[in-house]
Design a protein around this ligand. Sequence first.
Ligand SMILES: *Cc1c(COP(=O)(O)O)cnc(C)c1O
Length: 437
Amino acid sequence: MRYENTLAAARSLDAQDPLRHFRKQFIFPSHTDSLTLGETISMGSPGRNDIRYFCGNSLGLQPKAIRQALLNELDQWAEHGVEGHFRGEYPWMHYHKFLTQQTARLVGALPHEVVVMNTLTVNLHLMMASFYRPTSTRYKIVMEAGAFPSDQYAMESQARWHGLDPETAIVEVTPRDGEEVLRTEDILQVIEDQGESVALVMFSGVNYYTGQFYDLESITKAGHHVGAKVGFDLAHAAGNLPMKLHDWGPDFAVWCSYKYLNSGPGGPSGAFIHERHANAPDLPRFAGWWGHDEAERFKMKKGFHPMYGAEGWQLSNAQIFSFAAHKASLDIFDAAGIENLRAKSLRLTAFMEQVLTEADGGRNLFKVITPSAPTQRGCQMSLLTDDRGKAIFDFLAENGIIADWREPNVIRFAPVPLYNSFEDVFMLGEKIKAYKG
Ligand SMILES: *Cc1c(COP(=O)(O)O)cnc(C)c1O
């Protein structure tokens, strides 16, 4: 489908958007040196200036509700001191449980399959402590080439931790010559070819650089078919796309909450551990008191007995302030519905793809490397540029477009359905047209 690429048409799409009201629940950054060009156009009250924010894949915008949520916890502490663990609307003692239902809905899991704890890379290591158990014959990790650096370092250090050489233990799946993204068939073939040497298949859900959404169900099947464990890093998928983790069946998944989930810088991580491992007290893990059977958590006895399900992987008591922010943000996701967000996202991303292409106008300023198939992407567009790339990026930044630059030569834009508008996307196109490089 082709969209009419005019301001009036973009505004009309916004007027018909059933999710348009959510934009008002977010605070848009303002900078004063923005919008040196053109008219000032505002829709509703997006912010003090006309900033077009496309960085929700890096740090989601602040939900207005978070301020009060944090104040509530400060009040709870002020009023009750240590008794805050047991009193108030959300006693701290059980705080992680207040996040469970919403988290499960968000990623398509059963409630006992998810827990919010720690931060992402920490959880990745905790999951690997349980699910990467190399032997002399089955020891390899199959992952995508060009994974997020933290994941690369995690895999590499896990291999070394087990006395293995990452060069031989890690098998990366790379795009074909002349291609930028992976073909599912190639991923499945590598897993099949590596066969019984594979201990773990570890992929991101959406690749941070290209924006490619992998076929997680097929990857899970292929991994399990060769007898490997399967794990996913959903940092760029959680809150971006609906998922069915329970049905797809990976052994574990982890994600962060400060990108599409808008829970603030350094926000807590979520973890999924499939039900098949829910009652596995013998599965090796790094334990802490919060993972211990809650009925006797405070008996201070020797001998670790894990909680049933994902809660059995917790180490520490809840980080109340960041969890409170996360909860306020999850409330918004619940109100919007991830399926509704996806429906809008499909249209908004398609519109952006068209706007970008038309704004380039045959100048070959960039090439979109994110897959064009909607099933293979969420709400991110990655543009591969050449030596003009940084100048284009800087020009856009000076003109109120907040995007991000990834070395060596990619500009990423995320049209986030919760708070971005069709008008935002239209205006991005106008700024690109105004670039005369
Ligand atoms: C953002 C991101 C991270 C960041 O990890 P933290 O532990 O939260 O700092 C890790 N992995 C991926 C794939 C990411 O996108």
